[in-house]
Write a protein that binds this ligand. Structure first.
Ligand code: PHE
Length: 338
């Protein structure tokens, strides 16, 4: 057999010359691996004359021991225990990833909630799929009443025809609150609303509203006006003022629309406010006695006011976002800006 491969001196020199962990691994394989020099020598011992076997066997063992020691020694020099590659630091964020954040409409909703919570209001929510009673009937829109046509309704194909719908406003949550809790009530009710609307720059079939309801003894129209003024200056700043103009809603009497001075031209008149100096935000009024009767609250004992306005309007005015569909496109270039 060829024992020249078992030259310990040459093997030790090769091991000492190795510089990397990989080179050492190759040498280990060459000498001690399955098909390495040691194993091949052991195989060939079987072919030897029995008298010669012990001597060659000893030589193979000595080589194995010597190579093993040399490999371990060099391994310790190249990569002393503990000095190996530093542990992977998984606590660092990776490059090129940005944290998500709340949608501009949600941010606006939270901000408005905060303003009203600071005035002592609670936040309530209701279902987006409503029944005729909550969306219309209890709000003093009798069947066939022309006021129903004010809101183009998207009906859901469920139960009797036109009895289940996507809510056209957040006002049904007023009914749900008054049905389940006694006055005093001071609540705001934000949420998504739907109308069978022709889409244009400022109208969308899906949008959000925030509703307000206060029911207590002795509440007056002055309380309504003061509340709206407090809220508009908290959101838009002190130089913005609000005004109320007569309007009509079946569930409030008297009713008003409320507007603020144009934030773009300081009420001087510009394209955004159609040169009127005013921007309409929403509707409001004193709760109609018929609504109180529908939910079992005595209109002789309690009075109340309510208001409701579109949520998208607020950031549209504050940041000049248009058209309204920008909010629902989910273009990350728009979303990441706010
Ligand atoms: N629900 C009305 C609308 O969507 C707004 C409103 C709310 C008016 C509360 C008066 C009182 O147009």
């Amino acid at each position: 057999m060829d024992l020249s491969e078992l030259d310990l001196g040459a093997a030790q020199a090769a091991i000492a010359a190795a510089d990397t962990v990989d080179e050492l691994a190759d040498l280990r394989k060459r000498f001690l691996g399955k098909k390495g020099a040691v194993n091949r020598a052991k195989e060939s011992i079987k072919t030897l004359d029995p008298a010669e076997r012990p001597k060659v066997g000893q030589a193979v063992n000595a080589f194995t021991t010597g190579v093993t020691e040399a490999l371990e020694g060099r391994e310790a020099e190249i990569a002393p225990p503990g000095s190996a590659e530093p542990p992977l630091d998984l606590t660092l964020g990776s490059h090129g990833r940005r944290r998500g954040h709340l949608h501009l409409v949600t941010q606006c909703q939270r901000e408005l909630e905060d303003v009203f919570v600071s005035l002592g209001y609670r936040v309530a929510e209701g279902p987006e799929v409503e029944d005729d009673w909550h969306n219309f009937e209890a709000l003093n829109f009798p069947v066939g009443h022309p006021a129903r046509a004010m809101q183009d309704t998207l009906y859901v194909d469920l139960g009797e025809p036109e009895q289940v719908m996507l809510r056209t406003h957040t006002s049904p949550v007023q009914i749900r609150l008054m049905e389940t809790q006694p006055p005093p009530i001071y609540s705001v009710m934000p949420g998504r609303t739907y109308r069978n609307e022709t889409v244009d720059a400022r109208h969308s079939a899906v949008f959000h509203q925030i509703e307000g309801l206060a029911v207590d003894r002795g509440l007056t129209f002055g309380d309504l006006a003061g509340t709206l003024e407090t809220f508009t200056s908290a959101y838009f700043g002190k130089k913005v003022t609000s005004r109320l103009l007569p309007s009509y809603f079946p569930f409030t009497e008297p009713s008003a629309e409320f507007a603020i001075t144009c934030v773009f031209c300081d009420a001087a008149g510009c394209r955004v406010c159609s040169y009127t100096g005013w921007i309409e935000l929403g509707g409001c009024g004193m709760v109609d006695p018929n609504v109180f009767l529908a939910v079992g609250i005595d209109p002789e004992e309690y009075t109340g006011f309510a208001f409701g306005f579109g949520l998208e309007r607020m950031p549209m005015l504050r940041y000049g976002v248009e058209p309204i569909k920008t909010f629902f496109d989910n273009d990350s270039r728009f979303l990441s800006r706010y």
